[in-house]
Write a protein that binds this ligand. Sequence first.
Ligand SMILES: [Zn+2]
Length: 482
Amino acid sequence: MTDWSQKYEMVVGLEVHVQLKTRSKMFCGCSADFGAPPNVNTCPVCLALPGALPVINAEAVRLALRAAIALDFTINLQSVFARKNYFYPDLPKGYQISQYDEPIAVRGTLRVRTPGETATHDIAITRLHMEEDAGKSVHDRYPRKTAIDLNRAGVPLIEIVSEPDIRSAAEAGAYLRTLKQILEYAGVSDVSMEEGSLRVDANVSARLHGATELGTKTEVKNVNSFSAVERSLQREFERQCAMLDRGEVVRQETMIWDASRGTVRPARSKEESHDYRYFPDPDLPPLILDPDYVARLRHTLPEMPRQLRQRFATEFGLNDAELDAVTAESSLAAYFEGVARAHGDANAAAKWMMGELAAALNETGTGIRDFPVRAPQLAELLDMVRDGKLSHTAAKGVFATMRSSGKSAPVVAAEMAVTQVGDDSQIEQWIEEVFAELPAETSRFRAGEKKLTGVLVGAVMKKSKGRADPKKVNALLSKVAG
Ligand SMILES: [Zn+2]
């Protein structure tokens, strides 16, 4: 396959829709929950019955502002809700309430580090605006019919639109992962692509290296994971490069990502006039923010990933890989900090989290919030390993039982009879027994054959059923050997 990146440059801008974590919808009191039976969460406002009037959800505004502050946006103290007019079966009003020329926030930035690169790149974000979601057309419920579910109609969203500053598929992936992490830390959204609370549309174009004008862009839609965004951008870039190389003209159109085939294809063109005839919604006054309120929100924002990373690096001396792992999510970072403080050895805590804990979370598919072993309990287990009461291997078994039983490390270790024995007289007794059972090896060992140490330690460990502290066994044996 041709490596087009030698000749052409990829130019990408991303539009990310994020569902805000409110209890109710953007302009009515209906539940914004995911997964309810179809059309249960509806009322005259989100069904667009005549005479129903929208009321702005204050909590949605608060969350949108938190997101804007976390992403270093300039907040507009006055913003305007506008009607975006278009016809679609799952849009009962015939328009979507959005923000157009006066959005709530403008000019943000996101600092991104692409995996494998050392330098960071600041991606400019054009705007952040608030809007309501549309309903959902369900095509697979009835044969040859389309069903409409309006539970999602009116759910609050923010749309975050980047400048075309992204230069590779990997950088697009890094932008999305960083954005998701910041929004999760700020507590504004569940940011789950599976549940549709984070959706991505990508604009992509190709141009010769060194060119200053942007090429014609296409929009890639229907992408349902970050890795699919990366793959679809790469495919679309290759398609455009091949066209440009043949002297053809790229048309501005919408491309659909086909995940099963790993290809992009043009969307069925349905007279895409892009004239939404925006105008200010006459039912909603301009949204005026009190500067003191915005300032107060600024102070309530928790530590963001970059600051937390910095603090963990200085306070706990973790390396980059450890920092990546323990700060991936805010709840994971809080858990790590709990273990590290209670146990004292931050490196041991990080190592356990990256190994045993990560494997356990992976295996069960649970998040750290629902994980049965809490931070103080894990710290207690790590204390036992450090104090020589548990071998690392035994600790793994104890950890597994703690997960299923909810009991503490000392209780489980006692029940499983795996507590490590560091008591000299007990270990000496086992050594004597091994000497008696292996007279030939013992006399060669006493005569100075050091290589037999391994055999004897192994025999003592076996005799103790793995409970003898191997360091102690070694030390006591080397005394015998003189
Ligand atoms: Zn409603």
